[in-house]
Design a protein around this ligand. Sequence first.
Ligand code: GLN
Length: 385
Amino acid sequence: MLSRRVNYFTESVIRDMTRLALKHEAINLAQGFPDFPAPQELKRAAASAIMDDYNQYSITWGAKDLREEISRKSSKYNHIEADPDSEVTVTCGSTEAMMAAMLALINDGDEVVVFEPFYENYGPDAAVSGAVPRFVPLNDDNSIDEEALAAAFNKKTRALILNTPNNPSGKVFSKEELRLIADLCVDYDVIAVTDEIYEYILYDNKKHISIGSFDEMTDRTITISGFSKTYSVTGWRIGYALAEKKLTSALRKVHDFLTVGAPAPLQHACVTALRFPDSYYKELVKMYDGKRKLLYNALTKAGFGCTMPEGAYYILADIPQGAGMDDMDFARHMVSEAGVAAVPGSSFYRSETGKRKLRFTFSKRDETLIEAARRLERAHTAWRN
Ligand code: GLN
């Protein structure tokens, strides 16, 4: 009775953990969304947009003033020149942009290269679009295994999914790594679909590089980003995709019939976001850097093995030694016994590696993180005894 494609994936484990956290009144370090308010100016802009009657459909591929502002931002920040009329599409979050990109590119059986660990959505994106994912595990230090990457490409490869800064690992891909990927994309005539939603959240002076800014990638990259993470408005569902004209027109067709368009008043408010001064982005990084250190110290104290992420707002941690549970059991145990929710590592891996890991987000108020730290430390004492 049901389609075969829905058998290939489950509902989001990340959102499942959120429901479990609510049930147990646990602190939710599972789902990556802020528990602090969005910028005041942005909230005012959204409220005014509604009162000023921006309440009907915008143009399906996005309000003109927003596309123009996105085009300016992408030129300045990403070094990507995208014509607002024919190369920018506003979507319902970057999640929709990813799915629309895949549906626009993939024929049944086409292969898609995906680095592991990967963001939970890419599996379902592949299943729904009919793609066969080819997972390429990163090395333990998050570097690329060049041989494994090259071996994943073949005549059937249609696309490569990239996510930098990376959710869940926090890896920020370097220029050299992106060059390697670009060379393979050119050699095998492959499109890079690149999810850059955490592009402003970078630590220790790391720089964000968009593979779409490389000359040879201009016509073979779909660059995706959005407003959720940079402006702390994950519930607004405003994202966008940049791609050359032909790719954009294919993606726009899918987008038009999937969603018609993103919420018009919120699109209008996002123009205000893109006009924030540079100091906004500096403050954002400073804030998340403090939270990163807070969570890192808390997890280390509680017996988790972890490394500092280079970007985004997650820590992918090894379950404390001696816990004697896999990721699913340990995640459930933590919610009910410690009162802290995290995401089981297997959501981000096809291999067994994920079973030893949990992902925690630090996109929360300091008070929330401090209370989580207290609970984890207390629970750790219990785990040890
Ligand atoms: N991107 C966020 C995360 O990784 C939210 C994802 C979701 O709701 N599935 O936690």
